[in-house]
Design a protein around this ligand. Structure first.
Ligand code: FE2
Length: 255
């Protein structure tokens, strides 16, 4: 069974369109999203509509559950006061520009989805999909986390050797095998932070063995950047997309 796993689209419609086109060109049995459909870019309603039209199921990221419930904070982490201010701007903009029926939809997304590639009638592998971790969609599961953290999360998720846990939230893709459990961070479709501006997703092939392919897809990043600049969203978000999350170019730099 081959799954396409797409996470952290963050209202970047050109990136989502390019990824869905790329997936259509592959022998994939099913596509799931791992949440964070909205935030940071100007197409929250259109992004949700495209996923619903394509009948792609998925789970709630922290941005989805906080926008969907009109929470006071997006559950995002920031490293400095400027990031904090921009994070609040983005959250306020998204709440103000996401339609009520879309918020309702975001609020109904499940926290976790379990897949049984060989069918639930056999004791085959389970693929667990969550946004952040099996306990909270706000917790960052970075590559720097020790094996002991992975083992703890596998235990909390009820995962055993042969199973896989896939997640996103950090926007940086990685994959590790710990005691026979596959841990897969799928990266981000619409807001990568690993220095590569291209949209990222994963093709997970589960059979006699499990294989993980990290895919990067070029898209019209300038269209997304210009659309951000045409709104009240922080203009730094445009450069963030162009650079794959590199720090914004200093104001004194003439580039
Ligand atoms: Fe995210």
């Amino acid at each position: 069974m081959r799954y396409a796993l797409i996470s952290d689209i963050h209202a970047n419609l050109p990136a989502l369109r390019a990824v869905l086109d790329d997936i259509r060109g592959r022998a994939v049995d099913a596509t799931y999203h791992l949440g964070d459909l909205v935030g940071y870019a100007p197409w929250p309603n259109e992004t949700v509509a495209m996923l619903r039209d394509a009948q792609i199921p998925g789970i709630a990221g922290n941005y989805d559950s906080t926008v969907g419930t009109n929470y006071h904070h997006c559950g995002c982490r920031y490293e400095d006061p400027k990031q904090e201010e921009q994070s609040h701007q983005s959250f306020a903009w998204t709440k103000a520009n996401t339609a009520d029926d879309v918020k309702q939809y975001l609020a109904t997304l499940p926290f976790r989805i379990d897949l049984k590639p060989l069918g639930g009638h056999t004791a085959g592998p389970t693929v667990v999909l969550v946004h952040g971790t099996p306990t909270l969609n706000t917790l960052y599961w970075t590559e720097e986390r020790p094996d002991s953290f992975c083992t703890k999360m596998a235990h909390l998720a009820g995962a055993k050797a042969g199973d896989a846990i896939a997640f996103g939230h950090t926007h940086k893709p990685w994959h590790r095998d710990v005691d026979g459990v596959q841990f897969i961070n799928t990266g981000s479709v619409g807001r990568p932070k690993d220095g590569d501006w291209r949209a990222g997703y994963v093709v997970l092939d589960v059979g006699a063995t499990t294989s993980v392919e990290f895919v990067r897809v070029e898209y019209d990043v300038e269209a997304a950047a210009q659309a951000i600049l045409a709104t009240d969203l922080p203009s730094d978000f445009a450069d963030y997309l162009r650079t794959g999350g590199s720090p914004a170019v200093p104001a004194t730099d003439s580039r």
